[in-house]
Write a protein that binds this ligand. Sequence first.
Ligand code: PLP
Length: 427
Amino acid sequence: MSQQRPGTQCLHAGYRPANGEPRNIPIIQSTTFRYESGEAMGKLFDLEASGYFYTRLQNPTSDSVAAKICALEGGTAAMLTSSGQAASFFAVFNIASCGDHVVASSAIYGGTYNLFAVTMKRMGIDFTFVEPDCTPEELDAAFRPNTKAVFGETIANPALAVLDFEKFSKAAHAHGVPLIVDNTFATPINCRPFEHGADIVTHSTTKYMDGHANAVGGAIVDSGKFDWNAHADKFPGLTTPDESYHGITYTERFGLGGAYITKAVVQLMRDLGASPAPMNAYFLNVGLETLHLRMPRHCENALIVAKHLQSHEKVAWVRYPGLPGDPYHELAQKYLPNGSCGVVSFGVKGGRAAASKFMEGLELASIATHVADAKTCTLHPASTTHRQMNDEELQAAGVSPDLVRFSVGIEDVNDILADLDKALAQV
Ligand code: PLP
């Protein structure tokens, strides 16, 4: 079959039933798989044959869904993880260990920032955070001889900064390391980071990919383009024998297209076990089947909401990359010409108290610690996730007291606008 377009891949990539087989991806709810001889199973352990033996490493349901995401991103290999956090951790830890260093954009999801700056730092990996708008010289200066990767988000949560792929990928490649990009907010429907110089993509599939708040999950996709062998001294885990896996050298055995993901599966998944439940992979696939229909609607609704808020007398400011005049509009036009995402942030005039009052007046939009979902949901960090901070501490954390993160869903936009107007009227 010729190369399918994304709208077809959402439905069909990754699983093709043979004659008489289930049309839906079957949920293989089994921890183990039976073999007729120890020798047959031994070949799997030696990675001499491919097949399933234990769901902590691989499971057919999860693999079919990973293959769909791989096709959508245009990669060579992919894996699912139990959460987006696990995907971010595995993606970096697969190539960086104690004594290494990573450059990351400071405009990333708070949970990822914490993972890097606190937890992975305790593991001996140092991170330098650079402003997304830094100059090429400032970015260059962040690298050290032991730098192993560069990390950023296509559209940052919650800053809504669009990654300057050209600047970040050029710097990464000039220093012989891959660019890892979290593509959660854009999804491959709106941006395919491999086409703009990224080497590895991660996802919190919990967001738009699942789309219905059914299952927490993550994914990692490899472009197969980064030449680990050309920088073999930096990446010994991929280019020298792995004694914990019978002396296999991943780049030799699986080539550039398969080395990175195979290592992450057989080594990290084996030892750390952040594998998704097959049932969750199934839910994720149901979400993926409509991703190409939902994303344009999210973007269309969000732009209408952003414009409406911009002209509202009770709104102090609005940020949305799709909005002309937004600081990231130009980058959004370059990398996300068909739309960015459904998340809009704005400030309610009157600060923390006014924003809090506004939240109380919402009816349709649910207050939830969640974004990027079919149903409109919203969060006022100053009265929820960041409520222990005073206004000065909030400013220092880059969250203004009046900031409302509004994740526009795919409902009829007139009902979303009516809900916003009613709540703003009560402020
Ligand atoms: N990456 C981004 C951009 C996110 O927004 C999130 C969660 O909000 C994560 C990663 C972490 O994903 P999860 O909650 O699935 O662990």
